[in-house]
Design a protein around this ligand. Structure first.
Ligand code: AHG
Ligand code: MN
Ligand code: MN
Length: 333
């Protein structure tokens, strides 16, 4: 028996849980964008998509060709669904309006079209991340303020990972499901339901090269993990760092662990590296729906009231017990 396609899964959710067919249409549009990006990623140099674009994004980061190509694919595929009245992308400074030739709809979409850009040219896993918010009253010219609502009110979130397999992870707020792309038929098929993250963990992910810039609670937490069996935690921990949040979150959904990108002193005005609207919020919704947790060290990420569309935030997410512990260390400090 073949497993459900993404469309069939979404129709089932409409029938069983009353989810909105317009939302389903939007998610199918996003999956089409991911399929197109996946194909370009697979071709690499053959499609001429590797290397720098020669420009910088609003955060001053060099844009890769694939950042721009993926952004254009996402914007077009999402606008075409007629399900949104505005978009926010990592690669575009201002909110993006839907072109006049397309209808507008009741949702706002925020996305990181290509996550893990430093991995593109070395043929290591990358991904796309998306978050769907309800729009107040649909209008053609969304303002920045329209997007500044806490992640708690997202109606859907997910990512697509371009790794050895192309895998789409999705939550509609009722658990987490995974779809694997069948490259032959171009269909995303349901390959895991009810994905759960253990409360306990034995694996952590952090960029250790920034250790000297971390705040005291993070230094303490990591030093305790590194002390292993002889330290206060009484067991050994393993470490991984893929440098693509999509791949780290996927690993945690598959075999547990904690992922951190803390605030650090390299740039004291920056509360972290990852962006709240299109990286931290959607990944936090996935984690919570899998039984995990996500904080900025002080509060649940999904309770933060955003101040700007490209706002950055510290991130601690994954196994609830570990996230609670490191968050507690921040409270004690
Ligand atoms: P992006 O490629 O969208 O800018 O995001 C990269 C992010 C995230 O995916 C990853 O966890 C982190 O940057 C890696 O940062 P370092 O290079 O500082 O390790
Ligand atoms: Mn990213
Ligand atoms: Mn990106």
């Amino acid at each position: 028996m073949t497993s459900l396609s993404l469309q069939e899964y979404l129709s089932r959710e409409e029938a069983l849980a009353g989810s909105d067919p317009v939302l389903s249409r939007l998610l199918v549009g996003i999956s089409e964008a991911c399929k197109e990006i996946s194909a370009k990623v697979r071709e690499g140099a053959l499609a001429g998509v590797l290397g720098l674009a020669g420009s910088a994004n609003v955060q001053g980061e060099d844009q890769k060709k694939l950042d721009i190509i993926s952004n254009d694919i996402f914007v077009e595929a999402v606008a075409r669904t007629g399900a949104v009245c505005g978009m926010v992308s990592e690669e575009v400074p201002e909110p993006i309006a839907v072109p006049d030739e397309y209808a507008i709809g009741p949702y706002l979409a925020c996305f990181d079209p290509l996550d893990g850009s430093s991995n593109i040219d070395i043929n290591v896993s990358i991904g796309s991340i998306f978050a769907i918010q309800p729009a107040g009253r649909p209008k053609r010219q969304p303002a920045e303020g329209d997007f500044l609502i806490p992640g708690r009110s997202l109606v859907a979130a997910g990512y697509c990972m371009y790794g050895p397999q192309t895998i789409l992870a999705l939550t509609l707020g009722r658990g987490v499901v995974l779809f694997t792309l069948d490259d032959v038929t171009g269909t995303f098929r349901l390959t895991a339901e009810n994905v759960r993250v253990d409360r306990e963990a034995a694996e952590f992910a952090i960029n250790m090269s920034n250790e000297r810039f971390w705040e005291a609670p993070v230094k303490r937490y990591i030093s305790e993990l590194l002390a292993g069996k002889d330290g206060p935690r009484g067991k050994n921990y393993n470490m991984r760092w893929v440098a693509a949040m999509v791949a780290e979150v996927h690993r945690i959904l598959m075999r547990g662990g904690i992922f951190m990108y803390p605030k650090d002193a390299r740039n004291p005005s920056r509360p972290g590296k990852l962006r709240l609207l299109y990286e931290a919020n959607p990944m936090s919704m996935l984690m919570e729906n899998a039984g995990g947790a996500a904080t900025n060290g002080h509060q649940a990420i999904r309770d933060i009231v955003p101040q700007g569309i490209h706002e950055r935030v510290a991130v601690f997410l994954g196994a609830a017990e570990e996230v609670e512990l490191v968050t507690g260390y921040h409270k004690e400090a």
